[in-house]
Design a protein around this ligand. Structure first.
Ligand SMILES: Cc1ncc(COP(=O)(O)O)c(C=O)c1O
Length: 490
């Protein structure tokens, strides 16, 4: 219908015209999603997106309605069969968490509420505050510490390091930018620190060259005496050491810095102590692993992920900052249109937008809240321990086979090894191992990733997977040898 002023749909919304039909389709979709996860072991870990599918996905902007049925059909045919694969029991690439069956539910319910968690007074914010309170408890931070849920550790480190920069620059960085700092600020982290630390420094206007990479010991943990030496050198050269980033689980091998020693150095030298605890921070959930990260509770800020070792659906990370005031000093703004009121929807106390760069924020906290309430922290601690036992099991399988070489004894959940044919030279072996990994992925058998350790390309298995079983690691070790043999015998 068209009204006299040209409004073609005066009272229409974008809701379904037939709610019953929508309900039926949605129930079917939910059933399929549950079966998809339930039966994942029987499917290939990964399969490449076929050319014709890529082509079909590159469709023109839809100007007219295609309807929910057609759209869902396209999703089932063109998208659903081609996942990253990290929900599969034999996915161990990068540090991709598995996801939880009930994540299907919490994500669906969060979509139904469609809360904007930047601020205001509504249920979702109380859930996020509770989740942050639980995180403080897990890490051992004081109850006054602040926190905010983020997309992941990369963003958490941007926030933690922004607070550090503003607190230590010696001028008003928010007003004038980093050029007002009287001296060049220097950050320190081990050579094994994740690239997201350098990226955060780039974003913060400090540049990745302001990151001094400190030598590591035989366990790939930072050498505290080398750190002290570097701090001294920089001070003598007129630079301003301001922050140390400690690693609670490095991406390459899961190495853990001596966080208590770093905390002491930072206290003595008056530096900010930030921890990248992307996955390792959650060792705090296990009584037997917690001693490995002793000192984490002494940091000034910490970033870590729920989507890694809490197995929660992407994306979900957290940053905690010991000094709430410094945290909000770095991000709070008060334009009239965001004024907090004493009552009504604009009330409710602190707003999360004052603790990070984002104003509009999704209800990430719900899936974490569901996960922690459903399983409890002890169960997660047991799963984390199981993953570490599986890493040791795989390491023993590798050591037992003369065609395989263990490249680093696992500290936690990461195993780096390679296939080593007799008599082959370095570069050939490097390419061979890359090919083995690609073959395993393309055959849908398993998905490890690769890295380089001591100049050698390694097959890297990072276990943040609650679905893996021992038999999966038996299959992996066997398959690496089989594929390696096939490639070298041909
Ligand atoms: C040690 C470490 N730090 C930081 C990151 C970045 O985390 P995210 O991908 O959640 O931003 C990762 C990712 O694997 C990591 O392993």
């Amino acid at each position: 219908m068209q009204t006299h002023d040209g409004d073609r749909c005066p009272d229409e919304s974008l809701d379904p015209q037939n709610w019953e039909a929508f309900r039926q389709l949605a129930h079917g979709a939910l059933d399929e999603a549950i079966s998809y996860v339930q039966q994942v072991r029987e499917t290939p870990v990964w399969q490449p997106v076929p050319e014709n599918v890529k082509h079909r996905l590159k469709e023109p902007l839809p100007l007219t309605p295609q309807g929910i049925e057609n759209t869902y059909c396209d999703f089932r045919e063109l998208i659903l069969p081609y996942p990253t694969g990290n929900i599969h029991p034999r996915f161990w690439g990068w540090v991709h968490g598995t996801g939880l069956a009930t994540g299907i539910l919490s994500e669906m319910l969060s979509a139904a509420m469609n809360s904007n968690c930047g601020g205001r007074d509504h249920g979702a914010l109380y859930v996020e505050r509770t989740v942050i309170d639980w995180c403080r408890h897990i890490i051992g931070y004081p109850s006054e510490a602040s926190g905010v849920l983020v997309s992941g550790t990369s963003m958490g480190s941007v926030i933690g390091l922004a607070v550090a920069r503003n607190a230590r620059a010696g001028c008003d960085v928010r007003a004038e930018g980093i050029r007002c700092a009287p001296k060049a600020l220097v950050t320190y982290a081990s050579k094994e620190a994740h690239s997201s630390v350098g990226k955060a420094l780039e974003l913060l206007g400090l540049g990745h060259a302001s990151l001094r990479k400190i030598a590591v010991d035989e366990k790939r943990a930072i050498r505290p005496e080398a750190l002290l030496e570097a701090i001294k050198e920089d001070r003598q050269a007129g630079r301003e050491p301001f922050c140390v980033v400690g690693c609670a689980g490095t991406v390459n091998t899961g190495a853990i810095d001596d966080l208590a020693a770093l905390a002491k150095i930072c206290r003595d030298e008056r530096l900010w102590f930030h921890v990248d605890g992307a996955f390792g921070a959650l060792c705090a959930l296990s009584d037997s692993l917690r001693p490995l990260i002793r000192g984490i509770e002494l940091s000034d800020s910490i970033a870590f992920d729920f989507h890694k070792w809490l197995y929660v659906q992407y994306d979900a990370g957290c940053v905690l900052v010991r000094d709430r005031q410094l945290h909000s000093n770095a991000f709070a703004t008060r334009p009239d249109y965001l004024r907090h009121l004493d009552r009504g929807l604009a009330g409710g106390g602190e707003w999360f937008t004052d603790f990070g760069p984002e104003l509009s924020r999704s209800f990430r906290a719900l899936k974490v809240w569901f996960a922690l309430k459903e399983h409890g922290t002890r169960r997660f601690g047991e799963m984390i321990e199981k993953n570490c036992r599986q890493a040791r099991y795989l390491a023993r399988l590798i050591e037992a086979d003369p065609r395989l070489e263990l490249l680093a004894e696992p500290t936690l959940n990461i195993v780096c090894f390679r296939y080593r044919p007799p008599g082959a030279n370095g570069e050939d072996v490097d390419q061979l191992n890359r090919d083995i990994v690609a073959d395993l992925q393309e055959r849908g058998m398993a998905a490890p990733s690769t890295t380089r350790l001591n100049g050698k390309v390694a097959i890297r298995v990072a276990i943040v997977n609650h679905r893996s079983r021992r038999e999966d690691f038996d299959l992996l070790a066997r398959s690496v040898v089989e594929v390696g043999n096939q490639r070298t015998s041909g």
